[in-house]
Write a protein that binds this ligand. Structure first.
Ligand code: COA
Length: 355
């Protein structure tokens, strides 16, 4: 992942995840051409976005936006047959179209909630450049674009995390790509998963100053609160993505000449946590979400957008998992058994006799 973050664009990584190999020049050019020419969303969807409640969370609006895209896809018309989704070429094209439109939905919603007109995508820009253009009407320096790309690459795919697992369960019923992605978005939103990058910012603000980090942390642990941005179900030594994002964060803040007091608080919280016996014993380290929010804040994204930026990054992963299952003959419905711990058999009581 270090090589991919250093040397590749997000588009190359998406191609890799969907095709198993990095693209050569011609393959990348074809991929970029398809992605760039599919960025526009319909006027109908734009009208729906304009109607979204202004206080709605961006994860909820993108969930609805993707759902709407599903309604616009003729392949999903009432008589849809899942068998037609076993064609890898058609699936690939559908995947690129979906990946291309999601940033447009998110940027249009961002503009509308601020009372501003949406900005049309520009096909001459890269995926990340175009997203900044659609949100802010300008493209930041290459170092900032690279940092944004790095964050998307680190988020792109991560095995059986909760949202991917959710998307796979939906796919296992042979449901469509939009339903799988909508389910993934719903799962990612929670604060124990993608929502953590927003929560970290609230924590850092609550701490107020680096000198309060230790006292805050000890109180939070006493209150049995989870420290957002720490811990991982799989990584028990460190999260390799966190190391990369921390370096990227320092670099981009330097480039922008920003001194964010929240970064000082984050460094201090990390330092005291890593020396604390509780964190040592439970093998808790900063995860990828600990520093990503500080980067996004420096890029002028509001905190409530941080998780939706994660969702843009995770899109290739969810889609790859959908494609893999749809194109495999081995796919079986996800149906775990539950261990029932309730009552044994009981007699029915009519409503007039219930206490
Ligand atoms: N702060 C305080 N305690 C934590 C903790 C955190 N961030 N993460 C885990 N722990 C504790 C658990 O409460 C548990 O304590 P116990 O042994 O007394 O029951 C112990 O550490 C082991 O937890 P573990 O089983 O490893 O956690 P998990 O796999 O169930 O959960 C997370 C993993 C990511 C959900 C969890 O670490 C967490 O909630 N982190 C904060 C949210 C976050 O940053 N999520 C983004 C993940 S990329």
């Amino acid at each position: 992942v270090q090589d991919l973050a250093d040397l590749c664009s997000f588009e190359e990584v998406a191609y890799l995840i969907w095709n198993g190999e990095l693209p050569n020049k011609a393959q990348l050019a074809a991929f970029e051409k398809m992605e760039r020419s599919n960025r526009a969303i319909s006027d109908q969807l734009l009208s729906v976005i304009r109607l979204f409640p202004k206080q709605a969370h961006p994860m909820d609006t993108v969930r609805t936006g993707v759902s709407y895209l599903g309604m616009e896809d003729a392949d999903l018309a009432a008589n849809c047959e899942a068998e037609k989704w076993s064609d890898p070429k058609a699936n690939y094209e559908k995947s690129v179209r979906l990946m291309a439109k999601i940033p447009t939905i998110i940027a249009a919603d961002y503009r509308c909630r601020k009372g501003k007109a949406p900005i049309a995508p520009k096909p001459e820009l890269t995926f990340s450049q175009n997203f900044f253009h659609m949100c802010f009407g300008e493209v930041p320096p290459p170092e900032v674009i690279k940092a944004f790309d790095v964050s998307l690459i680190l988020y792109a795919e991560h095995g059986f995390n909760a949202s991917t697992f959710t998307a796979r369960v939906v796919t296992s019923t042979l449901s469509d790509i939009y339903s799988a992605v909508v389910a993934g978005i719903g799962s990612l939103k929670g604060p124990l998963h993608g929502g953590a990058n927003e929560q970290v910012m609230h924590v850092l603000k609550e701490i107020e100053s680096p000198s309060r980090a230790k006292e805050w942390m000890l109180t939070a642990l006493k209150e049995k609160r989870k420290i957002m941005g720490f811990g991982h179900r799989v990584y028990k030594n460190f999260d390799p993505r966190a190391t990369i994002i921390k370096k990227t964060c320092d670099k981009v803040l330097n480039k922008l000449g920003i001194h964010d007091p929240l970064l000082d608080i984050a460094h201090q919280l990390e330092e005291v946590a890593l020396k604390d016996p509780y964190f040592i014993e439970k093998k808790l380290y900063p995860n990828v979400d600990f520093y990503s929010g500080i980067i996004y804040k420096a890029m002028c994204f509001p905190v409530e957008m941080f998780t939706v930026l994660f969702a843009i990054g995770r899109m290739p992963g969810w889609i790859a998992q959908w494609k893999e299952m749809m194109e495999s003959k081995e796919t079986r419905i996800g149906r775990p058994r539950q261990i029932y711990t309730g009552f044994n058999e009981r007699k029915y009581t009519s409503i007039s006799k219930r206490g």
